[in-house]
Design a binder for this molecule. Sequence first.
Ligand code: SDX
Length: 432
Amino acid sequence: MQAPTAQIKVDGKELTLPVMIGSEGEKAIDARNLRKDSGYIFYDQGYGNTGSCESAITYLDGDNGILRHRGYPIEQLATYSDYVETAYLIIYGELPNAKQRQQFSRRLRDNAAIGTQMQRIFEGFPESAPPMGMLTSIVSSLAAYYPELATNNFEKDLQNFDLAAAMAISKIRSIVAMIYRYRHGLPFIHPRDLPFADNFLHMMFSDPYVAYQPIPEVTRALNLLLLLHADHEQNCSTSTVRMVASSGANLFTSIAAGVCALSGPLHGGANVAVMQMLQSIHDEGDDGTRFIQAAKGGSKSNRLMGFGHAVYRNFDPRARIIGKACDEVLTRLGKSDPLLDIAKNLEQAALKDDYFVSRKLYPNVDFYSGIIMRALGIPTDMFTVMFAIGRAPGWIANWKEVASNTKGRIYRPRQVYVGTPKRDYTSMDQRA
Ligand code: SDX
């Protein structure tokens, strides 16, 4: 059977371009020779219609609300797996057997501590420093403290990949806990021989004289949250990691770029913005109508935060899972949260409003995640750094795909120049 092709007719010439079909049936027109053969480029602001790579990590069908990691549906991973196992799956491509799980867990445990020299970076920040501002800087410093794992030579860096990957996941988790302690004037708590999520809660909430007592419901909820954030196809921060990695940059530096991209309110910063929106509605005694009306105005700064998605034109499956978990976690912890009721009312109102329905705007992963984090005692300004802990495996797996691709090229998009045409230099006395 002849391979499918696409025809483009331009300047009287007919071009035949190959068509690629992915393992889940996604179709792409291979435009790698378009400029050479026609002098034209495609223009696609925001890359919404452009595939930058072939990837085998995560499959996302935005029209049908499907999310799978290495073929496993997110609903099954959320039900049966935990964050460490899902991180291993995303990075290495298969669910770990017992020995692989044990080795990976031990590598995470053995690399949880932050060295005394690296701890001194914290002192350079005011206690009021924004958590993401601290995280971007401190994650970036990993390349300086572990240059032997960050040589910017893919062959060498891939030889040390297992250690570097475990270090990145484990230390980002520890750095986040230390940011919390530092900003609250509390002494750093060293990691212990505990499972990943329990160790995080220990480093966040223990005192030097009284260890935090892990509560199974809290550990389970934290595992679920981190698992649901572990990877998400070519989102803004993951694409940024790949862009930086394509220059030959090491894992730590590439991940630090991903942390920077995650900080924006349209991406990882949305979970903070959602809680601020829900809190404002609560404080105003509003039923959300004012926010919904403002959101329909079309201005980016008034958007209904936690709603809409660059790819999902249906429910974000993670939002469904987290929304359900909210009730369970609050009930198990014997807590209630008025913001959850406000969120539910807001969701119902928006899903009946033609503005949102016609634009296929549904709740995304950020709409409910803050409710659970708040129930776990995590302050709102720490929500985005929590997202970074979750997303580390996805960034790592994508870096590895770029680093392992011996035929890969540096990512270098083109543009359409709309500036001033050619003109000659003028001396100062000739200028207006
Ligand atoms: C994440 O990409 C990923 O996978 C990201 C993520 C991941 O796991 O990595 O899923 C995590 O970032 C989730 C998204 C978190 N962001 C928010 O919740 C912020 C609020 N949402 C939006 O700003 C917006 O929906 C985006 C940024 C998420 C998507 O923006 P797009 O694809 O550029 O959508 P768009 O601007 O083309 O919107 C289409 C229309 C526009 O209206 P019209 O011009 O057609 O009249 O929908 C409107 C937009 O104004 N719109 C919204 C809206 N989102 C889109 N209107 C009101 N409220 C919103 N939330």
